[in-house]
Design a protein. Structure first.
Length: 155
């Protein structure tokens, strides 16, 4: 389940499980913003005004990160806000920090989402005993190769 601070009053979140004590937590982030739900993006075509620049700087300020964003159901991106016990829902952040810090970030190429769906089906058929695990892995390798453009295949 994705960690959404807006559900922290109804659900208890914790780090992803590991196979053995001390192992790296096993999780995947959808992108660099998923774990905290926080992103600010400006188009390359954008010419930021001084007002926009000031707003972005304010959003990244300690006051906004530790107080304003959490109080308004936003998720701070600053580590200082995550570790401050005074931050709203601080327990939520404390409980998922290791998972976020150790997670694997999924590939961002255009065909990845299609690969993910199709390979999930291959995993399901193998787990259901409908196909051999080697066959499922071969299928997933093929799906991954074909999910990338010829240029991406060489990078």
């Amino acid at each position: 389940m994705y960690g959404y601070v807006t559900y922290a009053d109804r659900l208890t979140f914790t780090d992803a499980p590991t196979a053995a004590a001390g192992d790296r937590t096993g999780s995947t982030l959808g992108d660099t913003c998923t774990c905290t739900g926080t992103c600010i993006a400006l188009s390359a075509r954008c010419a930021p005004s001084p007002e926009l620049f000031d707003r972005v700087c304010w959003l990244m300020s300690s006051a906004a990160q530790r107080d304003f964003l959490p109080r308004h159901s936003g998720q701070p991106s600053a580590r200082a806000a995550w570790t401050d016990p005074a931050t709203v829902a601080a327990d939520f952040y404390r409980r998922i920090t290791a998972t976020c810090e150790q997670a694997w970030v999924r590939p961002r190429h255009a065909g990845y989402i299609g690969f993910q769906g199709a390979s999930s089906a291959a995993v399901r058929t193998a787990l259901a005993g409908e196909t051999d695990h080697r066959e499922a892995l071969d299928r997933m390798r093929t799906l991954y190769r074909t999910s990338r453009t010829p240029k991406e295949r060489h990078t």
